[in-house]
Design a protein around this ligand. Structure first.
Ligand SMILES: Cc1cc2nc3c(=O)[nH]c(=O)nc-3n(C[C@H](O)[C@H](O)[C@H](O)COP(=O)(O)O)c2cc1C
Length: 185
């Protein structure tokens, strides 16, 4: 082991990583989507997820005002849309309309589920904890949905490396998938 900076150590653990899209909406706003790398499954019974959102995001305001959200797992089909939702703000644009994101009705609230996602979880926020410059929202899953196309793969945040196929890129953000194994038989 060699001692190094925190940034260098984090670079070694950060990628590949799963991604999530969180849809939120206040009573009088349109639905908005944020791209997240910082999320995790935290309980089986009851089923729960935690998401970590910087307080400066528009989504932070919406999540604080309405205690419900949809956590969607983007498919590789959603690479450009996922990147776009992660570099623009719902303060300025309607991301669903602008990026042509297919939405459907859920069962918990008027917050839509994402039809090209691998899976969607409709959550009720049960607590929130401040963690430095981010806030962790913990949601209990009330309804779950999976894509009827079982071949769809989850999109990943990937390193720039020959083992991964790049599907969308903007500066340090590289989204993609594991390269298909070309071996036959
Ligand atoms: C790959 C990727 C991962 C991201 N992960 C997070 C995250 O875990 N938490 C967070 O607060 N922002 C994260 N962001 C940044 C937000 O998605 C971004 O600031 C977004 O524009 C905020 O949108 P909003 O203002 O509409 O809420 C990520 C962005 C990308 C592209």
């Amino acid at each position: 082991m060699i001692e190094c900076s925190r940034v260098d150590a984090i670079k070694r653990m950060n990628k590949p990583a799963r991604l999530a899209l969180v849809v939120s909406k206040s009573e009088d706003s349109r639905p908005n989507i944020i791209t997240l790398q910082w999320f995790m499954h935290t309980s089986f019974e009851p089923p729960m997820f935690a998401i970590s959102i910087k307080q400066t995001r528009f989504s932070y305001k919406l999540l604080s005002e309405n205690r419900k959200f949809v956590l969607a797992i983007p498919s590789t089909k959603m690479a450009e849309q996922t990147l776009a939702c992660g570099i623009t703000s719902g303060r300025d644009i309607d991301k669903i309309k602008e990026f042509n994101i297919k939405v459907g009705r859920g069962k918990l609230s008027d917050i839509p589920i994402l039809l090209d996602a691998v899976a969607n979880f409709e959550c009720k926020t049960i607590s929130q904890i401040r963690s430095g410059d981010h806030t962790i929202f913990i949601g209990e899953v009330k309804y779950s949905w999976q894509n009827e196309n079982t071949k769809l793969k989850p999109l990943l945040s990937v390193p720039y490396d020959r083992n991964y196929e790049v599907l969308a890129r903007d500066g340090r953000y590289i989204l993609g998938m594991v390269k298909r194994n070309k071996l036959k038989g």
